[in-house]
Write a protein that binds this ligand. Structure first.
Ligand code: ATP
Ligand code: MG
Length: 564
């Protein structure tokens, strides 16, 4: 490709609205341009990198025995109503209507569509197992689209779904996918961890997130200091601490806290640490309202709360419901004399002399004692934090940041049961198909690679993801000899690899800066001075190592470097 013909608008400065390095560099290196929040154009350079990730993913999925299909992005509401997710999914689901007023959504994920396909086409155990995947655009109306391709609203995902007659068959495929994912991210040159995502109440290892370790990551991962346990903080099981509150203590005292609703406001107003507060949130569930309590310095985990309370969904209650149950506006709820089921985190069990809402406008209670003043079901309902105890060994958690690039998941019969995806077993008996699902964020993986591979000058593409293998850079295209040699080398290299020829009539400084910014692994610089001695310069972007080689040997040297 000739640089002069390419849409490759590089920028000297980072755009002011870019927050993370990969996003800044993707914009500066002319890879992406924003169309709307979380919606991007991929320019040629961006598409090339993304296609490299796609190719690796496709190759490894095919090698693992999965079959590629293509499903529509526009999905009729009926399918989502059948699974129950039309009502559950919330605002991330972009709902649209056609000209006949029929409802559809833009697919944020495709369990419903694939299950519908399989229930129509699969009859017998002989048709199973089956693993179908696609690499396709998803739409999720994310609450905070940001970080460029890392958290877009429209983004490309590889999503795979497997179908099985037996649980053992699913286990085997899960392992097969786990291994394929390991190969994929290894081939992408990423430093990653397979992190346990969902264990706990259901038991067994049935979900792993593949997480690239990076400071800018939005996910916090709890890793044990004592064993290999690693889990997303939202999912990490916490060993119950040995805590209990004394049965006696000071009597409860009511204090006026006008307008102080949040934990921070109350903590500042009453001059007490947030760890002295009990946070009380009212949730709506399929079984009615419940209260959830955590210490003021921790985060309620709705997934754990759902499990602990045995609900099929939990959702923060509306202002009206809170008022009716607690007798106070949002911000003043507390467990004392509250007449709904209370679920409290293990850490609340040991709290005494604590501060809670008074279930009364503008008032809080002091000296609340967990063992004396309210009854609660104690469970693990918060996110793991630094220093929490590991469930597997005597170690404690360290919290590291990471980017979730992939997810493997044993779905079981959630969708097949709801949608009636059955098969006939060997005995001719109807059984429900067992499912697994496996996702990879394609653009997010490319971005995560930049997070791990860059320097002040720009991107340092690992060879397998580089948009081009080699860049040929004639220093001065007005010099005949330089131009001829460059063109000749370009033609030779082009036969065996992807080459970018910077044939622009630009100052050398500009070209070098752009080359470092776009970060092609190998660069051949062709300048008048070296040429007089029959030499060209070969530079590796990653190491900065420079070699002078004979013109005739340049192509071979480039190939050697790319293979090393
Ligand atoms: P997150 O917790 O980051 O929102 P998720 O759990 O919603 O991710 P999945 O539903 O498991 O993600 O989707 C599979 C993969 O798709 C993720 O591992 C991630 O790589 C990618 N992905 C998810 N949401 C986005 C997004 N908004 N932008 C880009 N990639 C995404
Ligand atoms: Mg998400």
């Amino acid at each position: 490709m000739r640089y002069s013909r390419m849409l490759l608008p590089t920028l000297k400065e980072s755009p002011s609205d870019a927050d993370v390095i990969s996003q800044k560099l993707m914009i500066r290196a002319g890879m992406i341009r924003k169309v709307a929040a979380g919606v991007y154009n991929l320019l040629p350079m961006g598409l090339r990198a993304v296609r490299k990730v796609e190719a690796i993913v496709r190759e490894e999925m095919n090698r693992a025995g999965a079959q590629e299909v293509s499903m529509p992005m526009v999905i009729p509401a009926e399918l989502w109503q059948e699974s129950g997710r039309w009502d559950e999914y919330g605002k991330e689901l972009l709902r649209i209507k056609d000209r006949h007023d029929r409802e559809f959504c833009l697919g944020p994920t495709h369990e419903e569509v694939i299950t519908d396909l399989v229930r129509r086409e699969v009859r017998s155990y002989k048709d199973l197992p089956l693993n179908l995947y696609q690499i396709q655009s998803k739409f999720r109306d994310e609450i905070r689209p940001r970080f460029g391709l890392m958290r877009g609203r429209e983004f490309v995902m590889k999503d795979a779904y497997s179908f099985h007659a037996t649980a053992e068959s699913l286990d085997a495929e899960y392992e097969n996918m786990y291994n394929a994912y390991t190969r994929i991210f290894e081939r992408c040159g990423l430093d990653f961890r397979a992190v346990e995502a969902e264990t706990g109440s259901i038991g067994g290892r049935f979900s792993h997130e593949f997480t690239v370790l990076a400071e800018s990551g939005e996910d916090a991962v709890a890793t044990c200091t004592g064993c290999s346990y690693a889990a997303n903080v939202e999912r990490a099981e916490i060993r119950e601490p040995a805590l209990s509150a004394p049965s006696a203590g000071s009597a409860i005292e009511r204090v006026s806290t006008p307008g102080k609703k949040t934990i921070e406001e109350v903590s500042a107003f009453l001059k007490a640490g947030t760890d002295k507060l009990i946070k009380t949130l009212i949730y709506e569930t399929d079984k009615g309202l419940i209260a959830a309590l955590v210490r003021g310095d921790s985060q309620i985990n709705e997934f754990k709360l759902r499990n602990a309370s045995g609900s099929s969904f939990v959702k923060l209650a509306e202002e009206d419901a809170v008022r009716k149950t607690t007798g106070a506006p949002v911000g003043f709820a507390g467990p004392v004399k509250l007449n709904i089921p209370i679920y409290a985190d293990f850490n609340v069990r040991g709290m005494f002399d604590a501060i809670t809402g008074a279930n009364e406008n503008d008032a809080h209670l002091l000296h609340v004692n967990a063992s004396r003043d309210f009854r609660a079901t104690y469970a693990d309902i918060r996110n793991a934090a630094q220093g929490d105890k590991c469930p597997r060994c005597a170690g404690v958690f360290e919290i590291k940041r990471g980017i979730e690039v992939g997810h493997v998941f044993k779905l079981g019969t959630k969708y097949s049961e709801a949608m009636g995806a059955n098969f006939l077993d060997e005995a001719g008996k109807e059984q429900v198909v067992i499912m697994g699902c496996y996702g990879i964020g394609i653009g997010r993986t490319a971005a995560a690679s930049i997070e791990q591979n860059h320097d002040e000058a720009g991107i340092i593409w690992p060879k397998p993801l580089a948009p081009f293998d080699c860049e040929v850079l004639p220093v001065n295209v007005k010099d005949d000899e330089t131009r001829k040699t460059s063109e000749a080398l370009y033609e030779v290299l082009k036969k065996e690899m992807e080459v970018l020829l910077d044939d622009r009539d630009e100052r050398a400084g500009v070209k070098f800066k752009d080359a470092d910014l776009i970060g092609i692994p190998v660069r051949v610089t062709i300048g008048e001075r070296n040429l007089k001695q029959g030499l060209v310069e070969i530079k590796e972007r990653k190491t900065g190592e420079v070699k002078l080689v004979k013109v005739e040997e340049a192509a071979l040297e480039v190939k050697k470097l790319l293979q090393s």
